[in-house]
Structures are given as C-alpha cells and as structure tokens.
Write a protein that binds this ligand. Structure first.
Ligand code: DC
Length: 206
C-alpha cells in the first residue's frame, strides 16, 4: 500500500510523512532527496548531462541518504544544492530517470512517499493521497526556524522556488483531483499526523 504526500516546501511533508511511516510500520520515501542527490553530482561535474548523472546515480534512502555509497545526508541540505535541485527538477529527462527509480522502489511493500508529483505522476494509483499546504508566511517561518536563517531571505527564496516548482511544464506541483487537501497553517505536526493516520486507518481497516 502507498500513501502519497505532496505539497510545497515548508508545508510539513517530511515531518508528517516520516512520523506516519513510523506509526504504520511503512517505509518512508523522500523523493526530494533524490533530486538533491543528483544536484550534488551536477554541482561537482557541471559539464555532465544531468539526466545521465540521474541514470547512473546509486541513491539509497533510509535513516541516512547514501549516494554511490557515500553519506550525503547533510550536504544535500545546503543552500547551493537546494537551488540546483529546484532547477534540475524542471528537466523532463531528469524526472524520467528519477520517477523510474521511485516506481521501482514503491513497487513492493508498504510506503509513505513524499514529494511534489507522487499522487499525480509517480503513483496515481496510491491508496491515499494527501496534499499539504500552509500560508507562504507560515512556511517561511518554519523553514527559517529550521535553518536558523533570516525570515525575509527565506521567504524570498521560498517564493522563487514555489514559482519554479509550480509553473514548470513537466509535472508541476499541483494537487491530484482526488487528493485530501490539508491546510496546516494553524495545526501542529502532531495534529496533522493524527489526521493522516485517521484517514490511513480507515483504508487499512474499513
Ligand atoms: O522536497 P525538497 O525540498 O527536498 O525537494 C527538492 C527539490 O526537488 C524541490 O525544488 C522540488 C523538487 N522535487 C520535485 O520536483 N519532485 C519531487 N517529487 C520531489 C522534489
């Protein structure tokens, strides 16, 4: 069974997806970490074709993110990688490679997968589709607190990234028609986790 959680940066996807997976005993898939890993490779070899790098990359996701056997969990969260990942994510050939890897992973077992296009492109057959949102101000506040960074700067970068992620031609960020939309602006992580668990349990044991 697959639970898909999509939404913009700062909507609470990672925290919620991780906790829901733990509660249900499912495996957690952070698809953004894959785009970030390819971005890291590309920054190191900017003359290489990004889609080739995506095809060759051996990305292992778990407690830590391993790229070709190397632990890159911290490196892929850098400012530079965040920007590059957002640029690469607009490349249809990169997406094709990574979507194939994601489908292979979720093909067997029980998963909570988070990203931008899980319910719309990667797995439209997902048993439960959640689209998390929150106001831009609240998302920026959360991100700034997480990074210990200046709120105005984070807000400006987030707006830029939102625009890039939602206006790109290929798999733009948008809710699936049958997704349950949850606005988390006024909710804490625990409340969102409980709501998603409630929806998941209704499907697991109707
Ligand atoms: O969720 P994140 O911030 O780690 O994602 C990094 C970048 O990758 C972000 O700009 C959006 C993009 N992304 C995507 O286009 N599709 C996904 N399924 C996951 C992430």
């Amino acid at each position: 069974m697959l639970i898909a959680i999509d939404g913009p940066a700062g909507s609470g996807k990672s925290t919620v997806a991780r906790r829901v997976a733990r509660e249900l005993g499912f495996t957690y898939l952070d698809s953004g970490a894959m785009y970030r890993s390819v971005a890291l490779l590309w920054l190191a070899c900017p003359t290489r074709e990004p889609a080739e790098l995506a095809r060759e990359a051996r990305i292992e996701l778990g407690e830590r993110v391993l790229l070709d056997g190397r632990d890159v969990s911290a490196e892929i969260r850098s400012h530079e990688v965040t920007e590059a990942a957002s640029v690469l994510a607009a490349d249809p050939r990169v997406r094709e490679q990574l979507v194939a890897k994601q489908r292979e992973l979720i093909g067997t077992g029980d998963w909570v997968a988070e990203g931008r296009d899980i319910a719309t492109v990667v797995a439209p057959e997902a048993a439960l589709k959640i689209f998390l949102t929150a106001s831009p101000q609240e998302r920026a506040r959360r991100r700034a607190a997480e990074l210990g960074a200046d709120l105005a700067t984070v807000r400006a970068e987030l707006t830029l990234r939102d625009t890039r992620d939602s206006t790109r031609e290929q798999s733009p960020l948008k809710p699936a028609a049958d997704a349950v939309r949850l606005d988390t602006s006024e909710l804490n992580a625990e409340q969102v986790v409980q709501r998603v668990l409630q929806l998941a349990r209704a499907i697991l044991a109707p």
